[in-house]
Every structure is written in C-alpha cells, then in structure tokens.
Design a protein around this ligand. Structure first.
Ligand code: HAM
Length: 424
C-alpha cells in the first residue's frame, strides 16, 4: 500500500496545529462579539442540496463534487461549500421562522475535486458567516466590516474588497438576454467552455480567464446598467453606507461569483499575498435560496473564506505566532517508590491544568532524565530518589538557571502550583 494522504488533502500536526489554534481562537472570538453563533452541519448531504442551489451549470456541481453512494437510488455528496448546507439546516429546523435577524458561523472542511495547486486543495477549511432575515444594506455593510475586523486583527490588510450587484429574479433575466445577444455573434471565437455557457449560463462567460473571452468581457454590457429600481437603490445605499462606515471597496461590475444562488450584492476579497488563487474569500446575498427548499423567500447574506489561504497570507507576511506551549515541569523519579509517588503527582498536576511530563521507563538514569527535561523545554525538573524519599523531600531544579533547592514532599504539589501560577 502506498502511504500517502489523498491528493489535495493534508495532515495537520506539530507547530502548524498551534498556528491554526491561535488563528481559530482569534476568529471565533471576533465572530462571537459580533453575535454569530456556531452551527455544525454534517459533512454529507443529499445531492439535491447542492445541485438545486449552487447551480447545475457551475464548476462545483458539474465537475467538483465527491459523490458517495447511499443506496441504488440515492447519492450523497461531501459538502463542497457551506451556504447550501446552512440553508438546508435553517429550513429543516425553522431557524428563520421568528422573522428576526439571526447570525450564524461555521468552521468546517469542504471538499472539491479540483486540480490541486498552491492555495487550491481538495479538502480545505472554510470559516463562513451567514446572517438571515435582514434585507437592509446595513446587513451587507456588517458582513464586509466583520471580514475586515477578522483579517485586520490578524495583521492582514493587503487585500481588495470588490463589490457588485448581480440583480434579482426581476432584472437579471433581462440582462442575461442582453448579454447573450452581445456574445451570440462572437460565439465561434469563444473558448469551448464558454460556447457551451452561451445558452445556459452566459453570465459565467464574464468570469472566464481564457482569451479571447477575457477581452470580450471588457466590452460586454454591464449588469449595473440594467438593475431594477429596488436592486439599484440597494446597491447605491450599500455604497453610501460603506463610505460612511469607512469600509474600503472597489466596484467591479464583472464579478459574477461561481455559484448561482446570489442576488443583489456579491463580493470578493482578493489579495496579492496569494498566488494565482488570489481569492481570500467571497460571498453575497442569497435572498431567494430558501425557495429551493420549499420555503418562501427570506433575506440572507454571508461570506466564507478559506483558512489555508489565510495561513498562506500570514506565512507570506511572516506573521509572528505565540510561542508553542511546552510542559511546565519534568518529573524525574529514581527507583520504584519514587516512580509511584511522582506518577501520582503528575496525574494530579495534569488534572489541575498544569502540563507536566515524565517517562514511564523506570530504568532511566538521572543524566538521561535531565536531558529529556531539556528536550521538552521544561522550566522545572522535579527529582525524587531514595535519599530524598527518606528525608521526605524532593529536589526542584530550575532548568534555565541550573539551580536546585529542596522542598518538603508535603508541600510539593502546592509549591509546583504556586510556581506555575507565578510563571510568565
Ligand atoms: P467560494 O467563493 O466558492 O464561496 O469559496 C469561498 C472561499 O473558499 C474562497 O474565496 C477561497 O478562499 C476558499 N476556497 C474555495 N475553494 C478552495 C479550494 N479548492 N482550496 C482552498 N480554498 C478554497 C463559497 O463557498 C460560498 N459558500 C461563500 C458564501 C457564504 N456565500 C454566502 N455565504
């Protein structure tokens, strides 16, 4: 058997895990202070959850879903994104019914069968924030502000926020017709993918990175010139509010996003700190998505960002992380009786929240034990041999200063706790 993780999927361990824990902690604290509560949905969903929402003509549904056979008639899918699963859960549990604004976040692995490259994985983690039941542009502002609060708290400011409106069920179909009419005479020159898109998903041609589709897109009619009154005022008000709240943004009328459920506001965060996959995150409104789950439309907006891409940006900036935790003390027993005593002490200290280490190999000599204490980077070594036991004392050795003192066994636990609490 070849001993490899699946291509595009990574193990996370050692110092890397500490970096992630630090970043996750910061992010979840900010999400909580903005009133977002965690929701955890299963990794597997019925296929319709995505095919009926993300869109049949999208890359995700067409090419990237991991399918799992549930039975001869039912296929399941490893979640490629969080919003459709979130909406399935909202509808299933009636979380929208109060009509009041509700805020949720998720931190979950996503699965997309893409061609792996730097910043593009087959299993990747997303933090997502979703706000339901608020139709106002203030909700949009909050989400964009929240994204900035998170990234700025981690020291990442080198990115651009691009916003657009993709219209709604009233104005978008008319715009799509105008766009199709624009591309029809150029059909033969479009790339093979876009030739297929022309009939069923012409908006996506605007997003194509191939030439000459890219050049044509520069000339293409813009959705912002074809919005209905409601979409247009929402977009104008959003821009006014963003300015008032000091949230920087750039309008990019060619943002269409790779998922079909958006209406009105759509946005992307792109950063030069990343390589070709320069999207830190993205999101938008999806006011009508609940209808696909058989429930009347209610307002919703959110974003998600890839945690691996955030970590890449932090690495690029060589951001400092808090030091990797080390055990406070190393327990060094010499002999059977001392071993039993220190084994018991180690368990009690751990139960008190103090990380201590000791070897369960009873034959180690003092020199070897102290070497091990050094390897662990422990501040303190607690040495106990027969002589010390007879005198009801233990030796506390300060590993940095190489100094030692004796402490009565009766006070040992309290003394270690006291020193731990005093430690920087
Ligand atoms: P998305 O643009 O497909 O949107 O993904 C959001 C972010 O996930 C991307 O900007 C990127 O940082 C990260 N990402 C996507 N694919 C990969 C990959 N293969 N490897 C590593 N990172 C990746 C959504 O998923 C929407 N559900 C966002 C949303 C939430 N819209 C409304 N609410």
């Amino acid at each position: 058997m070849e001993v490899n993780a699946v291509r595009g999927m990574h193990d996370l361990f050692g110092d890397e895990v500490h970096k992630w824990l630090f970043v996750e902690g910061k992010i979840t604290r900010i999400l909580s202070s903005f009133g977002y509560q965690e929701i955890r949905t299963p990794a597997l969903e019925k296929i319709d959850v995505f095919s009926q929402t993300v869109g049949l003509q999208t890359d995700i549904v067409e090419k990237q879903m991991y399918l799992v056979k549930e039975s001869d008639t039912e296929m399941l899918v490893l979640r490629p994104e969080g919003t459709a699963s979130f909406m399935r859960a909202v509808v299933e549990h009636g979380l929208h019914r109060s009509g009041q604004a509700q805020r949720y976040f998720y931190y979950l692995p996503m699965f997309r069968h893409e061609r792996p490259q730097k910043g593009r994985l087959r299993q990747f983690f997303q933090f997502g924030a979703e706000l339901i039941n608020d139709p106002t542009p203030h909700a949009d502002v909050e989400l964009l502000f929240l994204f900035n609060a998170i990234y700025h708290s981690l020291g990442v400011t080198e990115y651009e926020t691009e916003i657009n409106s993709v219209g709604c069920a009233v104005c978008r179909p008319k715009y799509v017709e105008i766009l199709r009419a624009f591309y029809k005479p150029k059909a033969a020159e479009l790339c093979p993918d876009c030739q297929k898109r022309l009939d069923r998903a012409p908006l996506r041609i605007l997003d194509c990175k191939n030439e000459p589709c890219r050049s044509f897109a520069k000339e293409a009619p813009l959705i912002l010139d074809h919005l209905c009154q409601e979409c247009s005022s929402h977009h104008q008000e959003l821009k006014v509010q963003l300015q008032k709240m000091g949230v920087p943004f750039k309008e990019n009328p060619r943002i269409v996003r790779g998922l079909d459920y958006y209406c009105r506001t759509a946005f992307e965060f792109t950063s030069p700190l990343l390589g070709a996959q320069n999207a830190l995150g993205g999101g938008g409104r999806y006011d009508g998505l609940s209808e696909r789950f058989g429930v009347p439309a209610f307002p919703a907006i959110g974003w998600a960002f890839g945690v691996e891409r955030l970590m890449l940006a932090l690495d690029q900036k060589q951001s400092p992380y808090p030091p990797v935790p080390k055990p406070f003390a190393y327990l060094a027993p010499l002999g059977e009786q001392a071993f039993t005593y220190l084994f018991n002490l180690s368990l009690k200290l751990k139960k008190n929240g103090i990380w201590v280490e000791m070897s369960y190999d009873k034959d180690k000599k003092l020199k070897g034990l102290l070497k091990e204490a050094d390897r662990w980077g422990a501040e303190l070594a607690i040495i106990l041999g027969d002589d010390e036991l007879n005198a009801s004392q233990a030796v506390l050795r300060n590993m940095n200063e190489r100094s030692q003192e004796n402490v009565a066994l009766d006070n040992l636990e309290q003394e270690v706790i006291r020193r731990y609490q005093r430690a920087p």
